[in-house]
Structure formats: C-alpha cells, structure tokens
Design a protein around this ligand. Sequence first.
Ligand code: TNX
Length: 516
Amino acid sequence: ALAVLALIGAGTTTAQAAAATPALQSIVPVPVSVTPSAGVAFPLVSTTKIVTEAGSAPARQVGDFLAGVLRPSTDYALPVSDAPASVPSDSIALLLSGAPASVGAQGYQLVSTASSVTVRATTADGLFAGVQTLRQLLPGRVESASAQAGPWTIPGATIVDYPRFAYRGAMLDVARHFHPVSTVKRYLDQLAQYKINNLHLHLADDQGWRIQIDSWPRLATYGGSTQVGGGAGGYYTKAQYTDIVNYALSRHITIIPEIDMPGHVNAALASYAELNCNGVAPALRTDTAVGYSSLCISKDVTYTFVADVLRELAALTPGPYLHIGGDEASATSQADYLKFMNKVLPLVAATGKSVVGWHDIAKATLPASATPQFWGTTTSDAGVSTAVSRGSKVILSPANKAYLDMKYNSSTPIGLSWAGYIEVQDAYGWNPGSYLSGVGEAAVRGVESPLWTETVVTPSDIDYLAFPRLAAHAELGWSPWSTHDWTTFRTRLGAQAPRWVAQGIGFYRSSQVSWD
Ligand code: TNX
C-alpha cells in the first residue's frame, strides 16, 4: 500500500488507491498525481469523437495524431473537429483552456468520466503529453497496426502532470552506422510516447559525415560513403534532414544536430585535403578507434569550414541548439583545444543558436547559454561545476547509467562495456538532481540517453538496447523524485510489454522485471 501511495502521489487516500485500476497504476513516466474515480470508466466506442480547441491548428494536429494512433486498432472512425463551447458526451476533448496553473508549459490535466475524457493544457506540447498518458490508459493492444477486439475502456480519474526537467533527450549516432530516415522516424515515435522531447543526432564522426553541406559537398558524398565495418554508409540530403525535423516537430520533439569537433573528424579530413595541417587527406576509416583525428587549429580555413557548416546547419534547424561535440580530442593539445573553442563558441553564437557540447568543452570558459553534456563515469567534474557557477545548465548522460550502447550483462550480444554493464535497475537507480557535485536540481536542464552505434546496425538492434532502459531514463527526466521507487517502477515497466509487442519493439526481457 505504501508503494501504491507513492505512485499515486500526495492527497490521495488509501481507499482510492486501492480502487485504482491497473492501467492507472501502470503509467510510465509516473504522473505527478493520479486520483482515481472509483467505479467510473469512459467507454471508447464506434461513435466516439475527438474535439480540439476551436481555431487552434496545433491542438488540431494533436487530435489528428491521437486519431492516427487509435484508428487502426479500434477500427473506429474517430472524427476530429473543433470543440463546441462545452465538451460533448461521448468525446475526447483536447483543450487549451482551464488547465491548473501548476501544469506549466509542458504539463496537462486529464479528467476521465463516464461521458468524456478531457485533456487541458496551456500549450499543444502539454496536450501532446496528455495524449501519451491517454494511450497508456487503454489496453496495450491499442498500439497495434491492425484491428483488435475491444472493449476499449479508460478508467475514471483526474491526472495532473508536468515534467521535473524541461529537457528529456535521446541521442542517436548516425555516423558510426548510418541509419536511414525511416529508422529515425520509428525512433521518434518510440521516444514521443515516453514524453521525450529532444532527439540529438550525432551527424559526423571519424567513420562518416551524414549531412549534406552545399559549401563543402564532398563531406557527404565522399565522407559519407562508408561506415564502421566498411558498409556503404549514407547521408541525409537537406530535404531528408528537413523531413526528419518536421516529423519530429509533429511529435513535439526538437532535433539537436551535432557536428563533433575538433576531434572525431576523420571523415571531414579525408574529404578535403586543405583541412589537414600537412595538406594531405587521410584515408576513410571504418574501424572504431577514437582520439586520433583533429582539425588543424592553426589554419584559417578551419574556421571558414566550421562557420560554413554551422551556418548551413542552423538554417535547417528550427530548434535553439547546435551541438559541437568536443569530446575525446586527444589528438589536439590542451592549448589548441582552448584556442579552437574560443574561436568556435562565437561562431555558434553568430548563428543565433546556443551551444551544447560534451562536457569536455567546459575546459574552456563558456557563456552562460552553453550547455555541457556530462558523459563521465565519476560524480564530479571541475569544469562542469565551474560552468554551473557561471550560469550554465547541464544535460546529464553519465556513461555508466545513461548510455544505451552499454551491454546489460556479459551475455548481451551487441553493445560495448567500457563504462560497465547497465541493467534496468542501474539505468533507473540515480538521481539527476543530486548526481554531480556542484550541480543541483536547478542547474540540470535534463537527462539524455545516448545510443552510440559502433555495434548497432538495424532497427532491431536499436530496440533491444533502448528498451527498456529508455523508459527508465524518461521517468528520471519527467517524474518528481518523490515518486522514485524501483518496486513500483518495475511493475509499471512490466506492464509496458504488451504495448511494445503491439508496436513490434523487440525489447530486452530483463529478468529484473516480470513482464505482462
Ligand atoms: C565514447 S562518450 C564516445 C563515443 C563512443 C562511445 C562509445 C563520448 C562523448 N564519446 O565516441 O562512441 O564512447 O560508448
């Protein structure tokens, strides 16, 4: 009962908690507060309609998204139209008025009764988050792409919910192995349902350059022509990248493009001889070594190149961030690294975007708008705490907790283990708000789960490493720390299994969880 109380949140009685249906107790990430209405349920039936805030195109898009999820499995028409002045019976309403102030810019209130389900928020982001919760109140088979048997019943409740951290992120390395647009869209769909609102794309590394740059065309056409293991590689044309950006926007996800520099640049050096200090282009590389390549810090053309790339990338990217990498620059001297960052930080500012970089960038003096992304395996970093004291916020991706490319255990068939094995309980068992010394709750922008792809080739590989750990990280980023509880989490996580099966996600069936 204590565990259930923790899940249900403050202000809920034990009797109400006991009456809660399993669906209300199975939401991931767990909401701030769930108050069941005992004995009440909303039947989703063939005549149910979706109504959205009158005159709001963003609200209508969320309604269309919800209909798109529910139609294939229910086989109902679920028409979407403008909401009249009062919520009609037999409807799901998505409204931009009347939400409690506590939900803020990203949260929502969901009230389900016998006659309607009403989601209220102050923004379409909030409505979209509420819709993700609504999906989880229905049986997992609702996620199927083909018609399934009902009944489709949503338990009666009042849910008030909003995120702990504004930023919930995932990273996909499309450089080590190239992942086509369809794979990225599939991942975006998976991220959205756990309220992850940023996808960081690692677009360039030693083994490949994956984005068309018109002023330096060989980066993509030559630098993108292979990958780890020597396969064909690939790159996104500008139109394809824009397609990804727009698909992400429709899932309320911001794309953060990364060009890693001054290290991890062999694909660029191989594409243009003039970028090398000795004027000689190295061969393309398809091995997984790190720390051997560097841009030529002393050449002016290096900064022309960087400015051109950042300008073209910024023009394609509506989100506020450009990620400049900065990690593992072992082939760049410390003095050169600082010189490089002092020149490049203003180049990012000139594009109008804010800098994100792996936390190595905090060796330089950062503007308060810069975000170091911590990827270490310790719990303190002098550069990061200095950056925080100067006003920066931090993204937390500790490699021994948040790296999705680490194996679960010694028999995991793919993945790496340099930061250790990460079982589900390890992935869940840390507090982002007090993890790094000198980096308190208020200095944390959020949590991000990186998936490096040295060993990750197919969508099934992504599924297997991301699920279920991604859901654990999503809860760390969204739910208040007061709800943190491994025992209730593992039960809620186990309840996700039918959803993942219906969606065709081949997840790791950790023995730490009893899967529904
Ligand atoms: C370290 S973490 C890297 C990547 C590798 C990853 C593999 C970081 C910022 N750099 O280049 O892909 O380990 O886990």
